[in-house]
Design a protein around this ligand. Structure first.
Ligand SMILES: Cc1cc2nc3c(=O)[nH]c(=O)nc-3n(C[C@H](O)[C@H](O)[C@H](O)COP(=O)(O)OP(=O)(O)OC[C@H]3O[C@@H](n4cnc5c(N)ncnc54)[C@H](O)[C@@H]3O)c2cc1C
Ligand code: FES
Length: 382
């Protein structure tokens, strides 16, 4: 049987739905406020005092929007209570932006450097994070962000997560292969190594159509100048064509020895994956995909959310997670990429299809809502 909680444990336990920050005193205060004022809507009191204070959810304020290129921008965010600054370089956060009455959630890699525990605890850290967003053609949230999200906007945040991370200490020899917005997790890794003052032997090959499309171009050049052990190779694909992996043998003959991190368009990552597999060095390759590799098509249909009593008609390209969000259902999620299992929900009627593999799931199955779409009318127990 469960032991009853002591007062100290009760105060220190994380408030519902919020991951525990590593500062126990802060958590005690938040827990206390959340519990002592319950059921008198503690969040409302906190929110009145400061919109960044919430005992229920992570929030942040956009304090700077800085253009990187014509179609990309860096957002500097000041997170509110409970944000864990001990993230690893390469991890991503979830960000929710309120547009037209709905919270639109997407994942974005942190571009800010990771900091040491001691600088957080000793107050030497700015307590700010950054992400960089590239507007996708017809992309709803990315275009909204790049084309004018105002400074001062309050956003919701989901805690940093992901396994595409640089270990500390980093390996002696590194290869980064990036293209377009795929540079974002890698710039966090480079900034982290630069801030720590230890740059191992790093080769970074980054591709973009033209010079004006290169995100962080000036910073890459500065890092190249500052660290003899860092080589930045920028491939301008419109004038020089795609970077040929076959040229690695000539340019960096030791590429097989390097721990490699790659992030960019799906076809580029697929080719890298095949090449590393053929070389028998898949264990040295770390990949981050920003989108689901969709290989299946499905019909769509009416998706019903039984517990909340809502339903919505969607096409076969809309995931069940997106459908729920559009219908105003509070959907659990983490990676939104089929990795973490946070979004799993029971399917109680109908058929859905995994957009990556085409595999059908039937009533009685548990489904990952972030990578499944309706194959006809269906009902989820949410
Ligand atoms: C772990 C992770 C980290 C990410 N980090 C970054 C980052 O640092 N910077 C950044 O700019 N983006 C990043 N993304 C992508 C980001 O989450 C959004 O998918 C992207 O901004 C598009 O959102 P949207 O609302 O504009 O597009 P939507 O309106 O959701 O989609 C518009 C259309 O584009 C397609 N689409 C959606 N996303 C992509 C994509 N990434 N590539 C190609 N087609 C797509 C959709 O299928 C749809 O047809 C990351 C994604 C993941 C999973
Ligand atoms: S949100 Fe991570 S698997 Fe669906």
């Amino acid at each position: 049987m469960e032991e009853p909680m002591g007062l100290k444990q009760w105060l220190e336990a994380p408030a519902a739905g919020v991951s525990a920050p590593r500062q126990p005193r802060l958590n005690m205060l938040r827990g206390a406020v959340a519990r002592i004022t319950t059921p008198l809507l503690p969040d409302d009191y906190l929110h009145l005092a400061n919109p960044l204070w919430s005992a229920r959810e992570l929030r942040g304020r956009i304090i700077e929007v800085r253009k990187e290129t014509a179609d990309s921008a860096t957002l500097v965010i000041k997170p509110g209570w409970g944000f864990d600054f001990n993230y690893q370089p390469g991890q991503y956060i979830g960000i929710g932006v309120h547009i037209d009455g709905r919270w639109q959630w997407r994942s974005y890699s942190l571009t800010s450097p990771a900091v040491s525990d001691s600088s957080v605890h000793h107050g030497r850290h700015t307590k700010q994070i950054s992400i960089a967003v590239k507007a996708m053609p017809e992309g709803f949230l990315s275009s909204h962000i790049v084309n004018g999200v105002p400074e001062g906007t309050i956003v919701r945040l989901a805690a940093p997560q992901g396994n595409f991370t640089l270990p500390d200490p980093p390996p002696a020899k590194i290869l980064f292969l990036t293209a377009g917005s795929g540079i974002t997790p890698v710039i966090s890794m480079l900034r982290t190594m630069h801030h720590r003052g230890s740059m191992p032997d790093v080769v970074h090959i980054h591709s973009a159509p033209t010079e004006s499309d290169v995100m962080f171009a000036a910073e890459l050049a500065e890092l190249h100048q500052a660290h003899p052990s860092f080589t930045s190779h920028v491939q301008l694909t419109r004038s020089s064509g795609k970077f040929a992996l076959s040229s690695l043998d000539e340019l960096h003959p030791d590429w097989r020895e390097r721990q490699t991190w790659a992030c960019g368009p799906l076809d580029m990552l697929d080719e890298i994956e095949r090449t590393w597999k053929a070389a028998g060095i898949s264990d040295r390759l770390h990949l981050e995909r920003f989108e689901i590799a969709r290989s299946a098509v499905t019909e769509g249909g009416t998706v019903t959310f039984a517990k909340t009593g809502r339903s919505i008609v969607v096409d076969g390209a809309t995931t069940l997670l997106q459908a729920g969000e559009q219908a105003g259902v509070q959907m659990p999620f983490g990676c939104r990429m089929g990795i973490c299992q946070t979004c799993v929900a029971p399917l109680t009627a109908g058929i859905v299809r995994d957009l990556r593999s085409g595999v059908e799931r039937h009533a009685g199955d548990k489904v990952q809502t972030c990578i499944a779409a309706a194959a006809g009318d269906c009902t989820l127990d949410l």
